[in-house]
Design a protein around this ligand. Structure first.
Ligand code: NAP
Length: 458
C-alpha cells in the first residue's frame, strides 16, 4: 500500500514506497544533475566552446522532469499489479485481529480484509528532532525532491547517507550548503572512506559544522524559500552558534512505521526502543502467520534491493515450494556522495574487531581516473581498499571504492565476493584498461608497509 499518514503534513506517495518516490530514484537523478554540472566544467577543457557566462541551473525544471519520471514508474507498477491480478487497495491498514485488518482510504471509507498470511513492508519515514521549529519550518528528504522552489542556502542536519547525498547534490547544483555533524560521518561505514568522501565534499565547497547539534529553528521571513535562523550548541562545550539559511533539511535517521498499524492487536513483538520488528531467518515474526521484510526489520540492511530480494524469496518459499533464504551477508551498497563510495563486506574497524589486526592484510591505492586527467581535477582523491583475511586464504572480506560510478564498480565485485573472492584471484584477473575498476586487479601496497600509494597518471 502507498498510503502514509504519520508525518506532520500527511504525505501520500505513489506506488513504490520511499525508494521510488522520495528516496533512491529522485536522489540518483538529482545526483546525476550535479554530476552533469561538473561534466560541463570538464567539457571546456576537452574543447567544448561553452558560453563564458556561468551556466545556471533551473530547479523547477529538474523537479518536474524527475517527478514526471516517478509518475511513470508509479503507473508502471499499477499496471504490473493488474497484469498479475493483484488486488491493489490504496488505504491505511491496521490489524484489528491477528487475521484481520481494517483499511481506511483517503475519504475515510473503511473496508475489512482477512488473510491466512500477512507480510509487513511498511518501511520508514524521516525522523524529526523534537526541537522548537523543526516541524514548522524544516523539511526532510520526503519534501526535498518535490520542493516547488530552489532551496537556496541550505543547512543539512545529520551526517549519514541521506544527509551527505542530499548535501552533495545540492552543492553540485551551485547552492551554498552546510552540513551539521553531531559526531562522525557515515556511522557504521569504514571511517577512513567516510572521511575521504567528506574531505572531497569540503574541497568542493560544502561547509561542515562538526560537533554541533541544533537547538531551535526560527522563521525570520516567510517565502519560497524564506529565511530561517538556526541556533546550535556544541557537543563539547557550552558554546552556541547561530546561522541564517533559506532551507533546513533534517536528515537524522528514519523511524519504522510500525507504531500505528495495530501490531499489538495481532500480537506481533516490536522492539520498543526503535519500533523495529525482530524476525527469524525466514522473515517470520513471533506470530507465525505474519512475516516482515525491508527497513522495519531489526538488525537488517535498510536498502531497497535487500527488501526486494527478501520479499521475492519469501514469496517463493510461501507459495512455490522453494527453500532458499535471503542472504544478508556481503550486501554491496553505494553512497552517492559527489565522489561516490561503494562498499561490500566489512569496514576496516569491524574486520579488526572480528579477526584482529594481525590476521588481516589491507591493500590500498589512490588512483586518478583517466577522465579527470585532462580537466586536471581531483588528482589522488579516488581511493580503493580491500581487506583480506590471512587466516582464510587471503579472502576478501572488505571491499571499498571511492570514485566515479561506484555502484557500477561495486556491483560486479559484490558478485565476486559472494563467490568467495581471494586476493590471488584478484591478482589473476586481467583488468580492463583504462578504467577505475581495474585498480583492484593491480593492488600491491599493503597499508601495514606504509608504502607510497600516490599515482602520477592512470
Ligand atoms: P542513519 O543512518 O540512521 O543516520 C542518522 C544520522 O543523523 C547520523 O549521522 C546521526 O549522527 C545523525 N543524528 C541522529 N540524531 C541526531 C540528532 N538528534 N542531532 C544531530 N544529528 C543526529 O540515517 P539516514 O541517513 O536517514 O539513513 C537511513 C537508512 O537509509 C540508512 O541505514 C541507509 O541504509 C538507508 N539509505 C540508503 C541509501 C543508499 O543506498 N544510497 C541512501 C540513503 C539512505 P550520529 O552518528 O552522531 O548518531
Amino acid at each position: 500500500m502507498d498510503f502514509v499518514s504519520t508525518q506532520p503534513t500527511p504525505l501520500k506517495v505513489g506506488l513504490g514506497g520511499t525508494c521510488v518516490n522520495v528516496g533512491c530514484i529522485p536522489k540518483k537523478l538529482m545526483h546525476q544533475t550535479a554530476l552533469l554540472g561538473t561534466s560541463m566544467q570538464d567539457a571546456r577543457k576537452f574543447g567544448w566552446e561553452l558560453p563564458e557566462e556561468t551556466v545556471k541551473h533551473n530547479w523547477e525544471m529538474m523537479k518536474t522532469a524527475v517527478n514526471n519520471y516517478i509518475g511513470s514508474l508509479n503507473w508502471g507498477y499499477r499496471v504490473a499489479l493488474r497484469d498479475k491480478n493483484v488486488n491493489y487497495v490504496n488505504s491505511y491498514a491496521e490489524f484489528i485481529e491477528p487475521h484481520k485488518i481494517k483499511a481506511t482510504n483517503k475519504r475515510g471509507k473503511e473496508t475489512f480484509h482477512t488473510a491466512a498470511k500477512f507480510i509487513l513492508a511498511t518501511g520508514e519515514r524521516p525522523r524529526y528532532m523534537g526541537i522548537p521549529g523543526d516541524k514548522e519550518y524544516c523539511i526532510t528528504s520526503d519534501d526535498l525532491f518535490s520542493l516547488p522552489h530552489c532551496p537556496g542556502k541550505t543547512l543539512v542536519i545529520g551526517a549519514s547517507y541521506v544527509a551527505l547525498e542530499c548535501g552533495g547534490f545540492l552543492a553540485g547544483l551551485g547552492l551554498d550548503v552546510t552540513v551539521m555533524v553531531r559526531s562522525i560521518l557515515l556511522r557504521g561505514f569504514d571511517q577512513d572512506m567516510a572521511n575521504r568522501a567528506g574531505e572531497h565534499m569540503e574541497e568542493h565547497g560544502v561547509k561542515f559544522l562538526r560537533k554541533y547539534v541544533p537547538v531551535k529553528v526560527e522563521e525570520l521571513e516567510a517565502g519560497t524559500p524564506g529565511r530561517l535562523k538556526v541556533t546550535a550548541k556544541s557537543t563539547e562545550s557550552d558554546e552556541t552558534i547561530e546561522g541564517e539559511y533559506n532551507t533546513v533539511l533534517i536528515a537524522v535517521g528514519r523511524d519504522a512505521c510500525t507504531g500505528k498499524i495495530g501490531l499489538d492487536q495481532a500480537g506481533v513483538k516490536v522492539n520498543p526502543k526503535n519500533g523495529k520488528v525482530p524476525v527469524n531467518d525466514e522473515e517470520q515474526t513471533n506470530v507465525p502467520h505474519i512475516y516482515a521484510i525491508g527497513d522495519i526489520l531489526e538488525g537488517k540492511w535498510e536498502l531497497t534491493p535487500v527488501a526486494i530480494q527478501a520479499g521475492k524469496l519469501l514469496a517463493r518459499r510461501l507459495y512455490a515450494g522453494a527453500s532458499l533464504k535471503c542472504d544478508y551477508v556481503n550486501v554491496p551498497t553505494t553512497v552517492f556522495t559527489p565522489l561516490e563510495y561503494g562498499a561490500c563486506g566489512h569496514s576496516e574497524e569491524k574486520a579488526i574487531e572480528l579477526y584482529g589486526q594481525d590476521n588481516l592484510e589491507v591493500y590500498h591505492s589512490l588512483f586518478w581516473p583517466l577522465e579527470f586527467t585532462v580537466p586536471n581535477r581531483d588528482n589522488n582523491k579516488c581511493y580503493s581498499k580491500i581487506i583480506c583475511n590471512k587466516l582464510d586464504n587471503d579472502r576478501v572480506i572488505g571491499f571499498h571504492y571511492l570514485g566515479p560510478n561506484a555502484g557500477e564498480v561495486t556491483q560486479g565485485y559484490g558478485v565476486a565476493m559472494k563467490c568467495g573472492l581471494t586476493k590471488e584471484q584478484l591478482d589473476n584477473t586481467i583488468g580492463i584498461h583504462p578504467t577505475c575498476a581495474e585498480i583492484f586487479t593491480t593492488m600491491e601496497v599493503t597499508k601495514s608497509s606504509g608504502g607510497d600509494i600516490t599515482q602520477a597518471g592512470c
